[in-house]
Design a protein around this ligand. Structure first.
Ligand code: MTE
Length: 320
């Protein structure tokens, strides 16, 4: 994909396998050397595993505010739950559902602390009792694909208010569970684990920023980040960290997984921006999963009115 000019690329060529290879190649060039592995890769490419059906419980009493929903066509439940990035389970998007099938998400706690007045470890059952709402958001992966997803969740701000951040708190750090018995090694994943992410505090308390507990009215499937994941719709998808166990308020910019892996390629802010190229590909267009033509990528993924003011005075080409 990368050796061609963007205009030469047919959308059918922008496959997950190619993008996966590009991303992985950077980190561990040569890992696919050897005919056995290559043959297995070709076999999987020709015979992708069948989509995995998931059944999770319905969430009761979801409200549907009118101001947080795009009118665009939704991706299907099957698309959203069978095309995933969750490196702890697999680096192949079509294998994550199957590999995460038996992921144990109960009991589950989320430790919220750091620069706060009232640190607290929340049980997930307590969090599921917060008022839950539907948010229909556009979702744009840095790799150049996008979806429209009907999330269920609540503003991250609701949780942060409960622990009362101190005045000196400026950032929020997030951490995913890492369990070597249920997940692959950091070496196999090609990234440091546990997966970590971060936001500036004003981004974290922005009304668009949610913690998702479900999608399509049902509890969130394992492959999408059960039981609780972040969703920040104006940023590239890798900021939306899955299966969160720890949230820490800090006064320093926290380290983030993809920035550690490739600092020239993935910045802390990672706002969707068609005018800032990824060093190895253009971000001007995207492959909307389920459509045959590429769409133009929108600044802040279509949310400039809501969020552009957060970045006034910043050089978005430099502070990517
Ligand atoms: N969170 C964890 N813990 N591990 C991951 O590998 N992948 C990120 C993000 N959150 C990832 C993660 C990336 S690159 C993307 S694009 C989105 O999850 C994908 O979310 P989805 O599978 O629900 O579409």
């Amino acid at each position: 994909m990368i050796s061609k000019k963007p205009s030469d690329i047919k959308s059918s060529e922008i496959t997950d396998e190619q993008i996966f290879l590009n991303r992985r190649n950077f980190i561990r060039a040569g890992v696919l050397a050897g005919t056995t592995l290559a043959t297995a890769g070709v076999y999987r490419f020709i015979n992708p595993p069948p989509p995995k059906a998931v059944v999770t419980a319905e969430i009761q009493g979801i409200t549907k505010p009118t101001d947080f929903r795009t009118e665009e066509k939704l991706n299907t439940f099957e698309e959203i739950t069978n095309y995933n990035n969750f490196y702890e389970f697999s680096t192949s998007k079509t294998s994550v559902a199957r590999r995460a099938e038996n992921f144990i998400t109960r009991p589950w706690t989320i430790e919220v602390g750091g620069l706060v007045q009232k640190p607290k470890t929340f049980d997930i059952e307590e969090i599921l009792k917060f008022s839950q709402e539907e948010r229909i958001y556009r979702f744009r992966c840095v790799e150049g694909w996008s979806m429209v997803i009907p999330w269920v969740g609540f503003p991250l701000k609701t949780l942060l208010e409960k622990v009362e951040p101190l005045g000196k708190a400026k950032y929020v750090a997030f951490q995913t569970l890492y369990d070597s018995e249920q997940m692959q090694s950091s070496f196999s994943a090609g990234i440091d684990l546990p997966y970590v992410e971060g936001l500036r505090l004003d981004e974290a308390v922005h009304p668009l920023t949610i913690l998702a507990t479900g999608l399509y009215g049902k509890q969130i499937p394992n492959q999408n980040g059960a039981p609780l994941r972040l969703v920040v719709p104006w940023k590239y998808g890798f900021k939306s960290i899955k299966s969160i166990v720890k949230i820490t308020l800090t006064d320093n910019e926290p380290p983030t997984t993809w920035n550690i892996a490739a600092p020239r390629e993935y910045g802390f802010y990672s706002n969707v921006n068609p005018n800032v190229r990824h060093p190895r590909w253009s971000q001007a267009t995207e492959n909307s999963i389920g459509e045959y033509t590429r769409r133009e990528t929108l600044p802040f993924n279509g949310y400039p009115d809501e969020v552009a003011k957060l970045y006034e005075g910043m050089d978005l080409k430099k502070d990517f």
